[in-house]
Design a protein around this ligand. Sequence first.
Ligand SMILES: Cc1ncc(COP(=O)(O)O)c(C=O)c1O
Length: 365
Amino acid sequence: MYVQPVGTLKWELDTPALILDLDVIEGNIARMEEFLRGKAARIRPHMKTHKTPALAYKQLEAGAIGVTCAKLGEAEVMANAGIRDILIANQIIGPIKIERLMSLTTRTDLMVAVDDPQNVRDLNEAAGRWGVRPRVLVEVDNGTHRCGVQRGEPAIQLAAYVAEASNLRLAGVMGYEGFAVFIPDAEERAAAARGAMEILTGAADDCRRAGLPIEIVSGGGTGTYATSGAYPGVTEIQAGSYITMDGRYKSIGMPFECGLTVLTTMISRPRPEVLITDLGMKQLSHEFGMPKVLDVPGATLTRLSEEHGLVELDDPSAVKLQAGDKLEILPSHGDTTINLHDYFFAVRNERLEIVWPVTARGKSR
Ligand SMILES: Cc1ncc(COP(=O)(O)O)c(C=O)c1O
């Protein structure tokens, strides 16, 4: 890759470029730690957002207790970068992945989610062969209706089953309240998160009453961190997007700043009211709505094809931009946009400070 020198002005970077504002993301990390100060819960930030060990280390240095990953491939990237305390907040199913999981467990303190007795048997058998004892969290469906067992007998029985598995360590329960994180009204969102955490901490208490050791109670996303992170009995939150933020989370008023943009060059102004960018849906996701053009009044991104974006101008005479000029765009969904890029161009005061490969990009296996 052609890398421009440290100190290059953001506006002179080659495009399309994924830009990270270091002051902003460090501020977001600090804000989260400030919120958690004096509370029982700690953060185990989700790596699915940035997929980049250097950013994980910033979070760990600020106080995070470990990392959360969605995929085994992400966990391998984090482990290869030296991170030890890793939660895979997902089910690892099938012999190929279970072997990889056990191999990873030989060099990390790994935790994995389960919601099925057969999976527990498979993990236990493989752990025995490898001579390892991974930690296990029982996933409880606390309202998202994705993975997870129901609170009550199903959760107690599965936790008991894990506790009896001699090669596994029952560490606790997890439940992610994804159904709540984007509720626009803050009160309604908080109420939904409280309901979810009531189910999750209730499941933890049920298990304890049945004599099962539950230390970890893990849930929480960026939209609900303030409720879930303060809820009695929750020990860890898994928020991810708070570090970079994006247009969708900003639109519901989250108190973190947007530190992620995509820089694009205009390759054409075919009509006075239209600008064409050098990025399209291969660099910018739009399943959460069209990303926003920053700092150009009356400019709206209205169409994304694979490698082109079409920006329409309300008042063409007020906008002097022409082919070769640059625009900055705020992604509506940070996680899926980051996953489209090879590198972060990290800037401070608008000047390039460092380039980081998005090492776990595309690690979906
Ligand atoms: C298991 C799990 N935990 C936590 C999160 C929170 O992520 P975010 O903070 O980006 O909303 C997610 C998001 O999909 C998730 O799937």
